[in-house]
Design a protein. Structure first.
Length: 560
């Protein structure tokens, strides 16, 4: 074990500590993260990744990355590559322990033959509908299949013919022989193998036409890999007796222990791969990496730091009780990280022109601005100041009370890192829209305010001559209901989609220092929030920024 574990204890750590005290598993701790490659990972998977890799790290153990790839109809190499990228980006390394359950298909087949020979499995010819009827209900026991008492020889022959491709899809199943009257429906002769003709597997190609079921594959794969603690979410608690039954019947050398914890339910988000797939398939979003999605790739593209997601997973803890985590906790982790690490810049999202009438025409003054107000090591940058500037339209009013600490007609305001200006004249078009503000500046106000000078507000600005045009994508929460997938009053969770979750600003202007911004770089646009250069849409001469987070939680205000 590491010299000292400073992380808060939880019931899983207590189990591991107790195992180590008695020398169980020869003092080993070996976990695994076992995604199915049938979609992209989401924030709930991030919790599992941090937990499994974190436990291995804290106890000087190992953690495998294993793809439980038993359903080739829904799996592909794109998902495999995306999952590997997400795990690496979160900061974890499986070293040489990348596995696929398909690596064990031959062993799994041999184990299934063993079960048949022991009288613990049989080939069943019931149709899918008949199988459901025979299974019973939560309150009524099931009944035995008429094929349950086939001889070992007959079952071996039929299973071999299943593998040889002699039967069509759905013609038969290999099932475990357990107890059709069990109160746990998972123990009512569950399926072990089903037929999938003509399907190409992303790892094994067309080698197989029968595929093992997840419940059977998962526990055997854990045993093969020497996993000691098989950590999974609470929905698998009822599957634990089946997990243990397989290992006992097969008498595997290694006997992993399944431990369940509560899954992450994040408010205003979906953490169901099936429902995320629907959002993508029905084009409610622009792909799995849409910055509004709760996928890890979407959060990365939006500009969320990996360290902030790890902090979030640590902060919410590990329990056995189902709960709903407030989005504000994730938002706070994002802001805290970016406030410390994101360099500052100025951007005018909705520009209106300012002409400083007493500033020399054609003159450019190079002012110095800090890249971070509290971190001098981040250095400074040059900000060009010219006669014509842009400020945000929301930062000006012709008339306002004393609570409005921005630019007002006939009053003064300070420009960030520059001079104090006064608005002298407002120019409007024929429709009454403000198109230009004519101001004057005080050349004595660069730097600290002169003694006795009182200026209430500070606003940001960009040189009209040197500013760079950019598209800004203002993202908000994808759903306007805290529990979009559990609302009993509506049939479809997509009815809770927030129609204002993306607002495109096409006329925004950013300061010149951002002209060569690398995709993925996050800035704090002063007074506006945190924004990330879009890794997918940015190109040379085309700046696109995604809003990562506001400077403070504004959702409640927006909602009202």
């Amino acid at each position: 074990m590491s010299e000292e574990i400073t992380k808060p204890s939880n019931f899983i750590r207590n189990i591991i500590n107790a195992d180590l005290e008695v020398g169980k598993n020869d003092g080993r701790v070996h976990t695994r993260f076992p995604p199915e490659p049938n979609g992209y990972l989401h924030i709930g998977h991030a919790k599992s990744i941090c937990l499994n890799f974190g436990l291995a790290n804290d106890y000087d153990g190992l953690c495998n990355l294993r793809f439980d790839d038993t359903n080739p109809q829904k799996e592909n190499e794109e998902f495999v590559a995306a999952i590997e990228e997400d795990v690496r980006w979160l900061g974890f390394d499986w070293q040489d322990r990348l596995f696929f359950s398909s690596n064990y298909f031959e062993q799994l087949f041999d184990y299934a033959v063993q079960l048949i020979k022991q009288g613990d499995a049989y080939v069943c010819d019931l149709s899918a509908e008949e199988t459901r009827e025979y299974r019973g209900t939560l309150t009524e026991p099931g009944k035995n299949s008429p094929y349950r008492d086939r001889t070992v020889e007959e079952n071996l022959d039929l299973f071999a013919r299943m593998r040889a491709g002699e039967f069509a899809d759905g013609a038969c199943l290999l099932r475990a022989k357990i107890d059709m009257a069990s109160p746990n429906v998972n123990m009512r002769d569950p399926a072990l193998y089903r037929i999938r003709q003509g399907v190409v597997h992303h790892q094994t190609g067309s080698e197989w036409c029968i595929y093992p079921m997840y419940d059977y594959t998962h526990c055997v794969s854990d045993a093969i890999e020497g996993i000691t603690h098989s950590v999974c979410t609470l929905e698998f608690a009822d599957h634990r007796p089946l997990y243990n039954w397989f290992l006992e019947k097969l008498n595997t050398k290694n006997r992993p222990q399944q431990i369940e914890f509560s899954r992450l339910n994040l408010q205003y988000a979906i953490t169901s791969k099936r429902k995320l797939t629907k959002l993508v398939a029905d084009k409610h979003v622009d792909g799995w990496d849409d910055p509004r999605m709760s996928t890890i790739s979407g959060m990365r593209r939006r500009g969320y730091p990996a360290a902030a997601i790890r902090e979030f997973c640590e902060r919410i803890g590990v329990t056995k009780a189902d709960n709903s985590v407030e989005m504000e906790i994730l938002d706070a982790c994002i802001r805290e990280n970016l406030n410390e690490h994101a360099p500052r810049a100025m951007a005018v999202l909705d520009p209106v022109k300012v002409v400083i009438t007493n500033y020399p025409e054609g003159q450019t003054e190079e002012l110095t601005a800090p890249n971070h107000p509290q971190n001098e090591s981040m250095g400074t940058r040059v900000v060009p100041f010219t006669r014509e500037l842009y400020i945000d339209r929301a930062d000006f009013k012709e008339e306002a009370n004393n609570k409005f600490r921005r630019l007002v007609k006939d009053k003064e305001v300070r420009l960030r890192n520059a001079y104090v200006i006064r608005c002298d004249e407002v120019i409007k078009d024929n429709a009454g829209e403000i198109i230009e503000l004519r101001c004057s500046y005080d050349p004595a106000t660069l730097g600290a305010n002169p003694e006795g000078r009182k200026v209430k507000g500070v606003i940001h600005w960009v040189s009209a001559e040197h500013g760079v045009k950019a598209q800004v994508r203002v993202y908000d929460r994808l759903f306007n209901h805290p529990h979009p997938d559990s609302d009993k009053e509506v049939d479809d969770f997509t009815s809770h989609i927030n129609l204002d979750s993306l607002v495109l600003l096409t006329e925004s202007i950013v300061e010149h220092s951002l002209i060569d911004t690398k995709p993925g770089t996050v800035y704090q646009f002063e007074r506006e929030g945190y924004f990330c250069a879009d890794a997918k849409l940015c190109s040379e001469g085309n700046l696109v920024f995604n809003r990562t987070a506001t400077l403070r939680d504004t959702w409640a205000k927006i909602d009202k």
